[in-house]
Design a protein around this ligand. Sequence first.
Ligand code: FAD
Length: 460
Amino acid sequence: MAAPDLTTLRPAVSGRLVLPHDDDFEDARRVWNGMIDRRPLGVVRAVSIDDIPAVLELARREGLALAIRGGGHNVAGNGTVDGGLVLDLGALNGVEVDPRRGVVRVGPGATLVDVDRATEEHALIVPLGVVSATGVAGLTLGGGFGWLTRSFGLAVDNLLQVDLVTADGRRLTASETDNSELFWGLRGGGGNFGVATAFTFQAQRLGPQVFAGNLVYRRDKWADALRAYADWTAHLPDELTSIVTIIVPPPAWELGDETVLLIGFTWTGADSNEAMTHVDRLTALAPPDERAIQPNRWVEWQSQADDLFPRGARAYWKNVAFDQLSETAISAVLDFAERLTPGVATDIHHMEGAFGRVPEDATAFPGRSARYWLNIYGFWQDPAEDEARVALVRGLHAAMGPVARPVQYVNFAGHEGRGPSAREAAVAAYGPQKFERLVELKRRYDPTNLFRLNHNIPPD
Ligand code: FAD
């Protein structure tokens, strides 16, 4: 079959159509995950939301697989496609702040740092993720964990409205009062229901400095630190969100080249002395080898790990929601830590707090009562290491099996669950009840599955 003539798009879009013979095609076809090597027929770099309907129309008419790209950080590589069309929204990265109401409207191509820079001068923060180049769009549509999750919930819990273009080119808004069932699905259901053209958040009055820090534990203290962490996290106020990271530190961190266990935390309360009483309780149980605790400019705290994740890093990720940092879980994590190599790491996010108080059925995001969420992630550079690194990630995931809850965070999942296994992957992520509710929505808003390059909810 002859390839469709994409140049017919040119009069209909004001953005640039990048085709395979163009100099910037190589850059345009690529996404953050360097393991994803796909060649689309063309990439539309939209500069206006008015460019979107024509792209959807062409993809529908020609039966082309359509990839929607925000920040391009999706680990599964859903922001690009072989033999189809990419709608790249990266240039639509505007952020408008209403300082009086604390309301922030974010374009679909904005990254976390775009938002943090715009809100900083107003002492406002939108709870998003932890690496500044991540796209707000994909992160939010999947849920959005970060340094403020226990204080203010997920990114989706701070969302007031999503503006959307649906598969048939209609423009809709979804909020608690407008298309509320769609709003339910957009908060966790990914890009299944349309192209989001704006996200409106209720920001938190916080910053520009936030009290935060890291405790560093060397090998002989890992087991004590994890046991102490289990105890400590049973009695913490919402103001304290913490993440355990086990990693071979990059040279810039000046922590040596041996694997370390870090306990990082962010405090959102008014009194940093109160934060220190909680930190002291932890350090009394498990004294760290080093510590760095101080007020940090939020935009800097939010980008401290950026250097680990350059565009083109190779990535395979898996995640596990669980309730007890039991001896089984601790020994799985320690065994992984012993075998860790540069370019792979794991985080344990302490959940509960504001995250856990959102009723399970209030949003599509699954697993609100999980106490911890483990993310095993890769960011290596050498293709020759793919097999060993993927095996390492899978190994910890399998070892956590006995304590795992039957849910998945789609944003921390790799390139699995396509084609016939998409349904099983979606049921495994959302659970059967939420899956059925998402399918109903999918049938209503995208019955032909135009938006299928995502963690897909198949309509049939
Ligand atoms: P993209 O690849 O552009 O898109 C992701 C998915 O969303 C694709 O399926 C795409 O089709 C869809 N999509 C994108 N834009 C739109 C739109 N406008 N309308 C409809 N669908 C759309 N997650 C967290 O929760 N917290 C973190 O701290 C965190 N840190 C991360 C750090 C790194 C280095 C990386 C690689 C990922 C991180 N993630 C984190 C995971 C992240 O949330 C997902 O990878 C997310 O998909 C990235 O969104 P994006 O817009 O950059 O990606």
